[in-house]
Design a binder for this molecule. Structure first.
Ligand SMILES: Nc1ncnc2c1ncn2[C@@H]1O[C@H](COP(=O)(O)OP(=O)(O)OP(=O)(O)O)[C@@H](O)[C@H]1O
Ligand SMILES: [Mg+2]
Length: 320
């Protein structure tokens, strides 16, 4: 199996300050009546997220994304391995003031208005009342909620999209350096997703580091600097989109002649039309070209086909 560290070293032209660092982080849950059933939710996960980055953690259901977030936030303790958040060991209380968090299935107090809820979370961070009065309207504006809706409507009357927005607002009430968002686009319509994306981009513009879990690959492709893919607790790959998708780019080739079995060993999805064959090149293009003569085949065209994040994601899951 390919390990995440087999990938080419990431370019480091600018000095990158790590905000999240994990080393062989592992979480095993013990369940069942006798606590004898093991669920390895995260296996030896080593990764880094740098200051100012928008980092997307992808993976199918049950991959371990939420577990990793909970470990970073010290909601659960690791079975083994280590981690640093803003340079401090996981669990260090001094870091809590500097982080924000939107949980996957956030619980909202039904009978509070949005405004009261934000006052409540501001109180948890001991933000003085006069500062709350200044910050809450600014946050409401940032997340696109009207002041009157926030002051008059109770949270039980909010739509899913409004709840996600107030959830993001509470996650940044303390003006955190790092924001963790667990599936912030989940259950939103295209407009809601667009608006959450815009909020994330405006947080990024303020220099915040954003670490978020998502299933929505198109959103991730639009806003993330770097991504990682988890599957069944294993980190399959990590890197910038350019780096990961670039390594996955393939050639579409078209040619004539040659032995069909030999051509098949080089070209996937081989199709014949008007005496020509075409498909996706497997293996190194230089080697293929060098072998064409011995294959008694002629190359007509060869075009680079860029792989989308969705295709790359599916390839990674199939390969591992
Ligand atoms: N408290 C727990 N006790 C036992 N098993 C757990 C617990 N929390 C998570 N798991 C298991 O750990 C694995 C990873 O779960 P996790 O919630 O981290 O996945 P996820 O990638 O966030 O999935 P989703 O995309 O569905 O949110 C799953 O098999 C899950 O059943
Ligand atoms: Mg999850």
């Amino acid at each position: 199996m390919k390990s995440a560290t087999d990938l080419p070293a990431e370019e480091t032209t600018v000095k990158q300050i790590p905000v999240v660092e994990t080393s062989e982080l592992t979480k095993i849950y013990y369940t069942g009546f006798w606590m004898n059933q093991k669920i390895a939710s995260l296996k030896s996960c080593s990764l880094r997220v740098h200051q100012g980055e928008t980092f997307g953690l992808l993976g199918p259901n049950g991959a371990g994304k939420t577990t990793l977030l909970k470990l970073l936030l010290s909601i659960v303790r690791p079975t083994s391995g280590r981690g640093l958040l803003l340079g401090k060991p996981l669990g260090d209380r001094t870091v809590k003031q500097k982080i924000g968090y939107l949980p996957e299935n956030a619980y909202f107090y039904d009978y509070l208005t949005g405004w009261e809820f934000l006052q409540f979370t501001a109180g948890l961070f001991q933000i003085p009342t006069d500062m709350q009065q200044q910050r809450i309207p600014l946050l409401l504006e940032l997340v696109g909620l009207s002041k009157s809706a926030a002051q008059k409507k109770q949270l039980r009357q909010y739509s899913k999209g409004m709840l996600q927005r107030i959830g993001v607002a509470q996650a940044i009430i303390n003006d955190p350096e790092v924001v963790f968002l667990d599936e912030p686009m989940s259950g939103l319509d295209p407009m809601g997703r667009y608006q959450i994306r815009e909020i994330i981009l405006s947080l990024k513009a303020q220099g915040k580091t954003i670490f978020f879990n998502s299933h929505v690959l198109s959103d991730v492709e639009k806003i993330c600097d770097r991504i990682a893919i988890l599957n069944a607790g294993e980190l399959l790959c990590i890197g910038s989109l350019d780096q990961l998708l670039g390594t996955a780019d393939t050639y579409q080739v078209k040619g004539k002649g040659g032995n069909i079995d030999t051509i098949k060993s080089w070209v996937q999805g081989l199709v014949w039309e008007d005496d020509c064959w075409y498909g996706q090149l497997q293996g190194k293009s230089e080697k293929f070209i060098a072998n064409l003569e011995s294959m008694d085949a002629q190359l007509i065209s060869m075009n680079l086909a860029h792989v989308s994040l969705e295709e790359f994601f599916m390839q990674q899951l199939k390969q591992n």
